[in-house]
Design a protein around this ligand. Structure first.
Ligand SMILES: [Zn+2]
Length: 119
């Protein structure tokens, strides 16, 4: 077994290499040293760099949507990047509301891009 996130954190492998290893091996917990929660976040499309942040800087303790406490070991959550691409968690019951917010940011971004482009 290797500890993929530790190797990445310690700079022993780079991100591209880490993704190659990840793609070749679906036994994330037993072979790559992921915790159950890291594995779950990975299924929610968390990047390896996001997982390194969670493991070494600490998991979020509040929901990005409602700002109420969220315990990643107990609550049901979904991994999501926020508006600034910072990795976050939201409660499962907050996901619908969060998705609406996400859509409105993306629309706003599209408007800005369209507004900026000139011919
Ligand atoms: Zn919430």
């Amino acid at each position: 077994m290797i500890d993929l996130l530790a190797q990445l954190y310690e700079g022993k492998i780079d991100l591209d290499h880490a993704y190659d290893i990840l793609e070749g091996n679906r036994k994330w917990i037993s072979d790559l040293g992921f915790s159950e929660f890291e594995s779950r976040a990975s299924l929610h499309a968390a990047g390896l760099d996001d997982l390194v942040i969670f493991r070494y800087q600490g998991w979020p303790t509040t929901c990005a949507n409602c700002q109420l406490p969220l315990d990643y070991k107990v609550d049901y959550w979904w991994f999501t990047p926020d508006k600034d691409e910072k990795p976050c968690l939201v409660h499962i019951h907050c996901l619908a509301e969060w998705s609406k917010k996400e859509k409105s940011w993306k629309l706003a971004e599209t408007d800005i891009e369209e507004g900026e482009s000139t011919d």
